[in-house]
Ligand binder design. Structure first.
Ligand SMILES: C[S@@+](CC[C@H](N)C(=O)[O-])C[C@H]1O[C@@H](n2cnc3c(N)ncnc32)[C@H](O)[C@@H]1O
Length: 384
């Protein structure tokens, strides 16, 4: 029988050496709820400890996220993931990016299970960690789990986009929920010279990790993006859910055109889609496979803007032979916008996402390419 120690040792092998002892000291299974979902199918696969304790324990020590809540805890819903214990190797990357040290005051946004907060506590000291969770039931469970596991960090049930003014200033703010706009209060609540680490993305691309250092005057935080970090959004910054049937209605009229641009180039390429997302505010994409002919997939890429009701579809079939049909509905010509953004990215020399950076002040954020003065996206007001 495989013991927890064996499982921990196996997981530790794939983590950065500097983090192995910390991860071993904070056993992941102590924080996991008895029911989790594996993100390996549609619908997600439910795994209950009481049904299969071995499989549940094995899942706790695989390098995979465990979904811990659906639909904000509603008993019935469409099965949207709303909380998870993140993938251990990504957790380690985030902790490394934070440059933690003993004695630092740390605020975590998005407590979830409490596991990451406990890991932070193992480095900086549990008395120095505050973690904020918007969902009261999750916060209560995490408070219980962190105390029972011997890592009693301070768990607060509140909206983390407001930070935690009572504990400010912090040396580090780490968010484990993704944002599209970094709240200005995170900058205000971080000490000059401190660091904010957060998954950051757009409705089109989720996402990458932003590492922002707060300037000596405390008025701005700036830094670059790096790495693939797809996280759940903070609740207030989700692009509204909705199915294809909600958005693309049979009664909608549309204009038809064609393109020789294959979706793989702008949508399938991580760096291209990151850059395109910067220039296509509010737009979501969805890939629908409808068939497979002799191993040649037939699929449609949909672009949707829930804000204006616009959509575009872009169809690839084995018969397309380099000419793909495009349909566009609504006031925004979403395919045209995407094609223009892709051309911009190509003309800029196809920059990797890590050449982009972000500057945040109390009331706005700007994305730049290579230098903070080379702003690429229109300035976006930050939520107050
Ligand atoms: C990926 S999970 C966090 C994983 C967690 N750190 C762990 O170790 O289990 C993201 C969490 O952020 C929470 N969240 C979403 N919006 C929030 C907000 N505005 N303030 C605080 N927490 C939020 C979600 O409820 C969810 O539990």
């Amino acid at each position: 029988m495989t013991t927890v120690v064996d499982r921990q040792a196996r997981l530790a092998e794939i983590l950065p050496p500097a983090w192995r002892d910390v991860f071993t000291a904070v056993p992941r299974h102590l924080f996991m709820p008895a029911t989790v979902w594996l993100d390996s199918g549609s619908p997600p696969v439910r795994l209950r400890r009481q049904d299969d304790p071995e499989a549940w324990m094995a899942a706790c020590y695989e390098d995979r996220p465990l979904i811990t809540q659906l639909d904000d805890g509603a008993d019935t819903g469409r099965g949207y993931f709303s909380s998870s214990a993140s993938k251990p190797s990504i957790v380690a990357d985030m902790l490394e990016a934070a440059h933690l040290a003993s004695g630092q005051q740390v605020l975590e946004i998005g407590t979830g299970t409490g596991w990451n907060a406990a890991l932070i506590g193992a480095v900086v000291g549990v008395e120095n960690v505050t973690t904020v969770e918007v969902d009261t039931r999750l916060a209560d469970a995490a408070r219980t789990a962190t105390a029972a596991a011997g890592w009693p960090v301070k768990v607060v049930a509140a909206d983390g986009t407001k930070g935690y003014p009572d504990g400010a200033p912090f040396d580090r703010i780490l968010s484990t929920a993704a944002v599209q706009q970094v709240p200005g209060v995170w900058v205000e609540q971080t000490r000059p010279g401190g660091r904010i680490v957060t998954p950051w993305g757009t409705s089109f691309h989720n996402g990458t990790l932003a590492r922002l250092d707060v300037a000596a005057d405390g008025l701005r935080a700036s830094g670059r993006f790096g790495g693939n970090a797809g996280f759940m959004w903070v609740r207030s910054q989700r692009t509204p859910h909705g199915t294809l049937d909600d958005r693309v209605r049979p009664e909608h009229g549309y204009a038809v055109s064609s393109t020789d641009l294959h979706p793989y180039d702008p949508v399938g390429d991580f760096d291209a889609s990151f850059a395109i997302g910067l220039l296509l505010p509010g737009v979501k994409d969805l890939l629908v496979f409808d068939d497979d002919i002799d191993g040649n997939p037939k699929f449609t890429v949909y672009l949707m803007d829930p804000g204006s009701g616009s959509w575009a579809s872009w169809r690839v079939t084995p018969q397309s032979r380099g000419e793909y049909e495009v349909r566009q509905h609504g006031p925004r010509l979403l395919f045209d916008e995407l094609a223009a953004a892709y051309r911009w990215w190509e003309a800029a020399g196809r920059p990797e996402h890590s050449r982009f950076g972000l500057t945040v002040t109390s009331d706005r954020q700007e994305v730049w390419l290579d230098e903070p003065t080379a702003v690429v996206a229109a300035p976006v007001p930050t939520p107050s």
